[in-house]
Write a protein that binds this ligand. Sequence first.
Ligand code: MRU
Length: 373
Amino acid sequence: MPQPIPTLRWEGGVDGHLVLLDQTRLPNEVVELHCRTVEDVWQAIKRLAVRGAPAIGVAAAYGVCLSLNSSGSLPLAGRVGEGVRSGYPALSPLPSPPHQGEGTGGNNIEVVRLACDYLATSRPTAVNLFWALNRMRDVAACGLAPEQLPQALLVEARAIHAEDAAMCTAIGQHGADLLADLPVGTGILTHCNAGALATAGEGTALSVIFELARRGKRPHVWVDETRPLLQGARLTAWELTQRNIDCTLITDSMAAQVMRQGRVQAVITGADRIAANGDSANKIGTYSVAVLAHAHDVPFYIAAPSSTFDPSIATGDQIPIEQRLGDEITCGFGQRTAPEGVNVYNPAFDVTPARLIRAIITERGVIKPGADL
Ligand code: MRU
């Protein structure tokens, strides 16, 4: 059974708006979030109402469409946050959004450019965000008549959306082919959420698992809860349960024990950015899992679309790592669990070196880290 509401969808035509499944409220509430301005989308990305590298890219592309949308003249405050009980700490102050709904004539291109610059400040690590925004910038720069631009932008955003869904399907098939020899009931560990909630399709890592299930392999998924924001517990466990996939939730620190007990035959995670040499950034804790997998001779795979590759940087050392507020650790979900004033380090991602990655499963096939796509 697929999830009850799509992760993201565009409602209406050029003057339409973006509707997101608000992931801060899962698994307790299934609630849609209506984004009608660029700032709404920026906020939704920043506070992880929409998250996961591919989904962030798709949402941002639709966000650019909103920059020329006449409904953008509505007051900004109060809509995204309305009634939200996410348990997430408050955000730091916003950079100024571009003027919206005023894009007439030649100003349209400038409005789009400013919207892209603004959305690019929402989160730094997932390269899919910048990849999608570059595609939208290219549409704005291709010399269309100003009145044609809104439609052209929407066509491009829809294309990015559809391509991502197709890439997920292909990743699932290539991954299931790769793991075809694993026995029925095999144990697969995953970290964070790289499922339908993180993409416009069935996901990357979870797409492989869903395809294995369709092929009768009955995988058993070990779900790392994924501190501090619990994407594994709140989102991956929810998705797997929705689809009747056998799974067991563990805290992140239990991964070594289940591997030692021989319960894990493969690890598959997503990625937020893959450098030219194959070093891969993903949710904080992924690197530890890769080290553990190596120590227990368990193959560690990354599943990611080509939009996650950043050939412009040589190694993972150059991947910008998002630093998030310490409150996520000391006061996550509204419950204080550490003394006031304690120093906190809260990087949202880490980098797994290519040498620990057995293979990267892409929509174009399975590659060894560092190979040309
Ligand atoms: O902070 P998040 O929830 O956006 O982090 C998401 C991840 O790290 C995912 O594993 C990654 O984006 C791949 S999603 C297909």
